[in-house]
Ligand binder design. Structure first.
Ligand SMILES: Cc1cc2nc3c(=O)[nH]c(=O)nc-3n(C[C@H](O)[C@H](O)[C@H](O)COP(=O)(O)OP(=O)(O)OC[C@H]3O[C@@H](n4cnc5c(N)ncnc54)[C@H](O)[C@@H]3O)c2cc1C
Length: 306
């Protein structure tokens, strides 16, 4: 058994997987191989510390159909890290089943201890953290933005074409990207998240005005998107919504329930504005203003404009 392998069809996430993979490489003293979906991804990832890059498909590959060939390629692996997208989880489970080995999802950290892989995971929507031990070989999925991609580049690793024939029963006829309303909030460095403390849709203008001054995008709680339909669902944060890690998360008129906070708790700085000093958001916040958002937001916008 030898080797650490990574795979994600999501280009940014694939690069992020290299950070924990390089730590595992150091701990195990085993080579690190990137399984790249196509030649372009292979070139992109080849200078981030891996020992080898194998191209396993092309733009027409049905990723879910790669279970069998990927399992053959990683047959002797110690650890396989897979990007924790919906499609990646599907593929990881397929590979783990074929290897007849254990798998865990959404690890926040991975390490080797006592010859096993220890994966740290968040449980019960953020109420608990647990360490799971997996005997090697282990298959682990990791969600986007759990790690930063390596910042130092290395000499380009050799790129080879792997024989990886996807299950031919499903073929990709055409690809239509999902249309999203507006920007990708997961990439924003500043977010203003609004909650049910706002009494009407038009009142969101108060947050938009502050957003313009701060250079921040609007995010929200589930109720604002799914019940009120005041903002598109791509903008709601939490266990069933987006996970974000901005520099600044300004939570306005939201209570900070655990299902929401699990999506933003790793923001660098959390600032809360809430008129109830006992609101749980103040436990998570680095800075808090106890006050009525209808008074505080215009004052803050005016002060920052100066
Ligand atoms: C299975 C499940 C999954 C869920 N997934 C998610 C999820 O992914 N994301 C998510 O967001 N939620 C999710 N929820 C819902 C979650 O539990 C909370 O109900 C929700 O996050 C609360 O939204 P809120 O903070 O906007 O509203 P509330 O909890 O009603 O909070 C409103 C806050 O505004 C404050 N406020 C009121 N008026 C003012 C004012 N004038 N000025 C300042 N502050 C004011 C109040 O003090 C209060 O703290 C989920 C729930 C379940 C059961």
């Amino acid at each position: 058994m030898a080797g650490i392998f990574i795979f994600s069809e999501d280009r940014a996430l694939a690069a992020q997987l290299l950070t924990p993979a390089l730590e595992l490489k150091a701990a195990l003293g085993e080579p690190l191989t990137v399984l790249a979906l196509d030649a372009a991804q292979a070139t992109e990832l080849s200078t981030l510390g891996a020992d080898k890059v194998l191209v396993v498909g092309d733009s027409a590959t049905w990723i879910e159909g790669l279970g069998e060939p990927l399992a053959a390629l990683v047959a002797h692996a110690s650890v396989v890290l897979v990007g924790g997208t919906l499609r990646g989880k599907h593929l990881a489970a397929d590979v783990a089943a074929r290897l007849k080995t254990g798998m865990t999802t959404d690890a926040k950290a991975v390490r080797i201890a006592g010859g096993k892989l220890v994966a740290t995971r968040i449980l019960y929507a953020g109420l608990a953290v647990c360490d799971e031990e997996l005997p090697l070989p282990a298959v682990v999925t990791i969600r986007a933005r759990t790690f930063l991609a390596p910042t130092t580049t290395t000499a380009a690793a050799p790129i080879e074409q792997a024989v990886a024939k996807a299950d031919a029963r499903v073929t990709v006829e055409s690809v239509t990207p999902t249309s999203t309303a507006g920007v990708d909030i997961t990439a924003a460095s500043r977010l203003i998240a609004v909650g049910r403390g706002f009494r009407a849709k038009d009142d969101l203008k108060l947050a938009e005005d502050l957003g313009k001054v701060l250079g921040a995008e609007l995010a929200c709680t589930r109720g604002i998107a799914e019940d009120e339909h005041w903002l598109p669902i791509e903008r709601y944060i939490g266990i069933s919504g987006q996970t974000v890690k901005p520099e600044l998360y300004l939570a306005v008129g939201l209570s900070g329930q655990v299902q929401h906070m699990v999506g933003c708790r790793e923001s660098k700085t959390i600032v809360a504005i809430n008129n109830d000093e006992r609101s749980p958001i103040f436990e998570a916040a680095d800075y808090g203003i106890v006050g009525d958002l209808y008074e505080v937001l215009p004052l803050l916008t005016a002060a920052l404009r100066k």
